[in-house]
Design a protein around this ligand. Structure first.
Ligand SMILES: C[C@H](O)[C@H](O)[C@H]1CNC2=NC(N)=NC(=O)C2=N1
Length: 121
């Protein structure tokens, strides 16, 4: 499977996934991740995740709202985590196949285009 650049992926739209496609293998996922700065594999290669430290609580909520809007527009939905009031994380996987599909990398690329107010320290 050839890797795709983030720019290519942001031009695509997530396709409904109801199963029947093979998830990315950990090696395929690792190769694709080299085009997604800051994202890493979790759950034995079945999910991707990225963490940010934002300026304050509302900056995190604002970022989550923007993630939600992108997710709704594409019909593919992330797990959104917040810990310690300003450590936010996004985790992506395709529930229907219990692993990673192109949809996850499309959404990761689109989430990376969103504005986010990071903490200065
Ligand atoms: C038909 C529709 O595409 C599915 O119900 C979608 C909705 N959002 C989803 N989001 C995620 N992350 N995984 C899914 O399998 C999924 N399925």
């Amino acid at each position: 499977m050839a890797t795709q650049t983030a720019e290519q992926l942001t031009k695509k739209k997530c396709l409904p996934c109801e199963g029947g496609v093979d998830p990315y293998s950990p090696d395929e996922a690792k190769a694709q991740l080299s085009n997604h700065e800051g994202w890493y594999l979790t759950h034995e290669g079945q999910r991707i995740r990225k963490d940010w430290k934002v300026k304050n609580f509302l900056a995190g909520m604002d970022f989550f709202q923007k993630c939600a809007e992108v997710a709704e527009a594409d019909g593919h939905h992330p797990d959104l985590h917040i810990e310690g009031y300003r450590n936010v994380s996004v985790e992506l996987w395709t529930h229907a196949i219990g692993g990673l599909s192109e949809n996850d990398f499309i959404l990761a690329a689109k989430i990376d285009q969103l504005p986010i107010e990071l903490a200065s320290k």
